[in-house]
Design a protein around this ligand. Sequence first.
Ligand code: AMP
Length: 209
Amino acid sequence: MNIILLGPPGSGKGTMAGLIQKKYSIPQISTGDMLRSNIKEGTELGKKAKAFVNAGELVPDSLVIAMVKERLSEPDCENGYILDGFPRTIAQAEALDSIAKIEAVIDLILDDEKSIARMSGRRVCPSCSATYHVSVIGDEKLCSKCGTELVIRKDDEESTIRNRLKIYHEMTSPLEEYYRKKGLLVSIDVDGSIEENFAKILSALGVYS
Ligand code: AMP
């Protein structure tokens, strides 16, 4: 089962991919997480990607495609995977077509104002990467898993959020048509709770289980 999760920043791709990973025991491949960990470790890729990620711009296709190709060749991907945050451009989708057979593309639908509200309330743990939302944790400043002080992701800062959405509409939205034509696109309205949204995804994936 090879699945893609599409959706604007703030639509909950990471959360949903994590739940699918648990349910089906297939790895969640988040290009955003991979890039952030390369930046944190100061690798060559991280040095090249840093300015793009912090500004909310897309990292050049060639870098991301090479990173994903390598990851998909690892043994844990043999029985399937969930791609979270990849592809984000038509060039990336075409490169993926040349190395993988995708069975479903789940398109998470959320309007811009809701995406902005979700992103601006997001807090992350810089140590263990756990994600929280101020609507749930209120004034709590520490990670409940490891006690580290929570931070706002650099690209979740107000000024960057609108740029990320603009880029999403320009560069990534065309993928909806790309996968619709292939008969792979399933659109899911993710306006509800995490549980409701996940239930909709599971029922959409039911045919593949
Ligand atoms: P995300 O965590 O998926 O929101 O990704 C965070 C940032 O990483 C994005 O704003 C981009 O700068 C970069 N990024 C993640 N995935 C990709 C991709 N497939 N192509 C280009 N840049 C990406």
